[in-house]
Design a protein. Structure first.
Length: 172
């Protein structure tokens, strides 16, 4: 009987502790890397508030499709993964990969910036091409772009969002 009471008390303490952690903004900011701590970092780096996309990192998964004269091009596996990319923009030595990378050849890009603040410049499409080691105009002289089925002329300056379907159609 004593063991059951001890187990119940322990479970209640765990539940109350979890509730306290989730409700306490100071603890939440430290765990998630956001809040006032990140705001201070943004201010120290002189990042204007309108340039901040996220205070606590981003985890995006856009889909990129590239066609040249109507023929779909492969986007290689493991772009940005491994120490061979250490000289590329936004390489994270702790993860051993760039903040944006691929894991397979499906065209899914993984944008994993785990600490904030994240700026608009951090989520531009041209960053993925820089890590890949390609210019966005490298596939052809004429290029059109659609994002989620809508025409878009920003190309490399486009600010990638989670779930975007980005299609680049090139002609030679």
């Amino acid at each position: 009987m004593k063991l059951i009471i001890i187990a119940i008390v322990f479970a209640v303490l765990l539940i109350l502790g979890g509730k306290w952690l989730s409700d306490n903004p100071d603890t939440n900011q430290q765990v998630n890397g956001g809040g006032n701590e990140t705001k201070v970092v943004a201010e120290e780096k002189n990042i204007p508030p309108e340039e901040i996309v996220s205070q606590g990192g981003v985890h995006l998964h856009p889909e990129l499709t590239i066609t040249v004269d109507g023929e779909k091009q492969d986007i290689p596996t493991n772009i940005g993964v491994g120490v061979q990319y250490a000289d590329r923009p936004l390489f994270d030595s702790m993860m051993g990969m760039a903040n944006m990378h691929t894991h397979d050849d499906s065209g899914t890009l993984h944008w994993e910036v785990m600490k904030g603040p994240v700026t608009k410049d951090d989520v531009r499409l041209k960053n993925f091409f820089a890590i890949w080691g390609k210019e966005i105009t490298e596939f052809g002289t004429e290029v059109t772009m659609t994002v989620n089925g809508e025409e878009n002329n920003k190309l490399g300056d486009y600010e990638v969002k989670d779930g975007d379907a980005i299609v680049l159609n090139y002609s030679k």
